[in-house]
Design a protein around this ligand. Structure first.
Ligand code: SF4
Length: 403
């Protein structure tokens, strides 16, 4: 089931927006950074906010229908005017993101987070979140938007803050890469010296006609490719992301060849299933191909790159749809708050490791979903076999998923 990430509270009076850490006990070091969840008594203390899903409490306590989705250590943003409450950070999750802007200079036809105007506050909220995380640094964080590099100096300030406050947190920055076509900007980012950062950049095609069409931006291909070269020259790690749909799949062989010939320095290429939300939902009937129908093209692209020494992963596509010889490249990649399984998965023995589905993609999914049953080989070695209709096939255990 997808995780609840938002809620509405009713407060007795309006107040400026707060970003605070959830606690169910009042005995905290920094009450001013704490959003206290109470059930009966309200302790004394200068808390950022006090909230509850119980009745009979003072009007100063925000009243919610349910707060079951919140754990101690989660960080929330409460809009003190509307009561709208968004979970910014889940302490028990490895899939947390800093959302920094709505704006983007691409309008990709499958974008899951369509761009819009900025309210100007996203970067401030993201920086406040980083400040709160300083005492409990997460293993990893994603920077996302919109296009984060459009923030210019603000983007550089955020990365500097991350380098100083969370130096051991691995950062993945989702970007269209065009900003790095400006070498001075790439150099400015490199000069921050963040020890653990990677830029994840979509490549929609091996030729400008395809890439620019998908990006809906003339000249995007040239700037993105220049961005990859500038990042490499500045010593910054980058990966290519290839979203699989009707515009990218027909030239998948050419695209994988383009990457291994022209961009062999990338730290990884990730082939990714389509998400049915945002523009992806609007254009679903034009874009979606049942993954079973491109299973061979995908496997050939993955194996071809792997044999040339490139790191490859497959995101967002269930095991049972993938050709068995690329099971080892599949990652449990969908963020846990929007990952789910379907009824056909009942009894599947690899469901804990499977990418599963976006919760937004349940109306229409592959016709090839089949539960997988595992059997140990007689010699009881680590390799396992998959019993499926059609016989037993080798099944390589997937490595840890990666967002
Ligand atoms: S049947 Fe198993 S492998 Fe297929 S989608 Fe469901 S959990 Fe994944």
């Amino acid at each position: 089931m997808a995780t609840v990430m938002t809620a509405y509270g009713e407060f007795g009076a309006t107040f400026p927006a707060v970003v605070g850490r959830i606690s169910r006990t009042g005995a905290v070091e920094r009450p001013e950074e704490t959003v206290l969840v109470v059930r009966d008594t309200v302790p004394a203390g200068d808390f950022a906010a006090i909230i509850s899903d119980c009745d009979g409490l003072p009007a100063s306590v925000g009243r919610y229908e349910s707060l079951d989705h919140l754990e101690d250590g989660d960080i929330v943003l409460i809009d003190g005017t509307t009561g709208f409450t968004r979970t910014l950070y889940r302490a028990g999750s490895l899939h947390n993101a800093l959302f920094v802007t709505n704006r983007c200079d691409n309008q990709c036809i499958m974008c899951s987070q369509p761009p819009g105007e900025d309210d100007g506050g996203s970067l401030t909220v993201a920086m406040r979140l980083v400040a709160l995380l300083k005492r409990t640094p997460p293993l990893r964080l994603t920077i996302t938007g919109g296009e984060p590099t459009l923030l210019g100096d603000g983007f550089v300030r955020l990365l500097s803050m991350l380098a100083t406050d969370l130096p051991e947190t691995t950062i993945t920055c989702l970007s269209n890469g065009r900003g790095f076509g400006n070498k001075a900007f790439a150099r400015a980012v490199a000069n921050i010296g963040h020890p653990e950062i990677r830029f994840s950049i979509p490549v929609h095609g091996d030729v400008p006609e395809v890439h620019d069409y998908v990006a809906q931006a003339s000249g995007a291909f040239r700037e993105t490719v220049a961005g990859f070269y500038n990042l490499e020259e500045c010593g910054l790690a980058a990966e290519a992301r290839v979203v699989l749909h009707s515009r990218s799949v027909p030239r998948l062989a050419q695209l994988s060849e383009f990457i291994w010939r022209k961009l062999p320095f990338l730290c990884q290429t990730a082939f990714m299933g389509l998400e049915n939300t945002g523009y992806g939902r609007m254009n679903w009937s034009e874009l979606w191909i049942d993954p079973i129908d491109y299973a061979d093209a995908l496997a050939n692209a993955v194996i071809g790159m792997y044999r040339r020494g490139l790191a490859v992963s497959v995101y967002n596509i269930p095991y049972c749809i993938l050709r068995p010889d690329i099971h080892g490249f599949a990652r449990r990649s969908i963020s846990d708050h929007k990952q789910t399984l379907v009824a056909e998965c009942a009894g599947c023995q690899v469901s804990e490791h499977c990418a599963g589905f976006f919760s937004s993609c349940l109306e229409r999914h592959s016709r090839a979903i089949r539960p997988i049953q595992l059997q140990r080989r007689r010699d009881d070695q680590t390799a396992i076999r998959v019993a499926r209709s059609g016989g037993l096939r080798d099944f390589g255990q997937g490595r840890d998923g990666e967002c």
